[in-house]
Each structure stands twice: as structure tokens, then as C-alpha cells.
Design a protein around this ligand. Structure first.
Ligand code: GRF
Length: 212
């Protein structure tokens, strides 16, 4: 059975969604760069091994990345899953895990890379927002897209209500992406395109605010 390692920095709700669904792979470990990440306790409660590689213990990004890679590789995973991992990883780290490193981002990439995605979407008045699972490449938040979920932005939304609507979908699409990967239904090809062996497609249109 394939193995994944999940990297977190905080709450760990995406990690929890992965722990609480059926996956065709083993979650070999959860690693955090912060010892106080809430998600670590959730992982332990599920009997998953945890480790902390605290970025503050290293003089620079290169040293941190090396220590992190050593900790990851000790679990011998097929895939490394970033789930709210709040450190930027260097080009060497990203290259080491090419095609094996996934991230989830709370926007419809390539719109709203970076932080504060929900506030920026509300500020711009977009009517559709969402989340994206993508392969990680050196281009921050712009790696090849595997799956996206779109949600309507409602008239009375606050940052919190919009975030909650998006997060609900994050918890659905991340397990799906990992199922495809672990069942060899997708891969990253040499041209950095996502190759799909999975055939089903959607013809559903989300129109927001909605037609009369
Ligand atoms: C999620 O919104 C994820 O998309 C982003 O960071 C947040 C992490 O939340 N990368 P959680 O720790 O999974 O609850």
C-alpha cells in the first residue's frame, strides 16, 4: 500500500478530513514545523506517528528544508501532502519531491495566490470563489492543478462564512486528489501537465448569484 506523510502548521482540519475518510494509502506520519500545532494532538488521537521539525531551530531555509526532508524520508512516503503548512519550501526541496508533493490552497488558482484569500475575494466582489489542489512546483501557489471546487460568494458573506464554505469543499477535494494519486489515476508528466487516467468529467455550471 502506498504511504503519505502530511505536513501541517496549525489547526489541521484538512489533515483530520484525510484521517477520517477511507483512503487507498497509509498515513505514515504527520509532521509539523510548530510544536503547538493543534493538529498534532488530533493525529496522535488517531494513532498516527507525529514529528516536529521546528523552523526556528535552524539558521536558514536550506538547513530547515534538509532536516525536514530527512524526517519525511525516514517514513519512506510515496507522496508528501501539505495541509496548511505555512513555510515556503526551497527549490531544492520542491525538486526532490517533484510529482510527489501536493498542496491545497483556499482560492481558485491562479487567482488569489498567497495569504488572506477570502478577504481579497470579498474586497474584489467576485461572485465565485473556491479552493484548489495542485502539485507543488517552485512557482509558489501556481503548480499544475489537479482539482478545484467552486462556491458562490453570497451577499451577506463575511470572511468567516466564506472561509467555512470553502473549507467544507477543501475537505472533499483533498481526499479525492489523494485517492486518484494513490490509485495511479493521475501523475505529473514531463511537461508539468497533470495526466489524467480518470475519465469522468462534469458539465455542471455554477452561476452566482443565480439566474431568475
Ligand atoms: C486551509 O484553508 C488550506 O487551504 C490552507 O491553509 C488552511 C489550513 O487549514 N493551505 P487546516 O489547518 O487544514 O484546518
Amino acid at each position: 500500500m502506498k504511504k503519505i506523510v502530511i505536513l501541517i502548521s496549525g489547526r489541521g482540519s484538512n489533515m483530520q478530513a484525510l484521517l477520517e475518510t477511507t483512503l487507498p494509502c497509509q498515513i505514515a506520519a504527520v509532521i509539523s514545523n510548530r510544536a503547538d500545532a493543534t493538529g498534532l494532538g488530533i493525529a496522535r488521537a488517531h494513532g498516527v506517528p507525529t514529528a516536529v521539525v521546528a523552523h526556528l531551530d535552524y539558521p536558514d531555509r536550506g538547513n530547515f528544508d534538509t532536516a525536514l526532508a530527512q524526517t519525511i524520508d525516514a517514513f519512506n512516503p510515496d507522496y508528501v501532502v501539505l495541509a496548511g503548512f505555512m513555510r515556503i519550501l526551497g527549490a531544492g526541496f520542491v525538486a526532490r519531491y517533484r510529482g510527489r508533493l501536493l498542496n491545497i490552497h483556499p482560492s481558485l488558482l491562479p487567482s488569489y495566490g498567497g495569504l488572506n484569500t477570502h478577504a481579497r475575494a470579498l474586497h474584489d466582489g467576485v461572485k465565485i470563489h473556491g479552493c484548489t489542489v495542485h502539485f507543488v512546483t517552485p512557482d509558489l501557489d501556481h503548480g499544475p492543478i489537479i482539482i478545484q471546487a467552486a462556491v458562490p460568494v453570497l451577499r451577506d458573506d463575511t470572511e468567516q462564512t466564506l472561509a467555512a464554505r470553502v473549507l467544507h469543499e477543501e475537505h472533499r477535494i483533498y481526499p479525492q486528489a489523494i485517492r486518484w494519486l494513490c490509485k495511479d489515476q493521475i501523475e505529473l508528466d514531463e511537461q508539468d501537465k497533470v495526466l489524467f487516467r480518470y475519465r469522468k468529467q462534469s458539465s455542471f455550471a455554477l452561476i452566482s448569484p443565480g439566474l431568475e
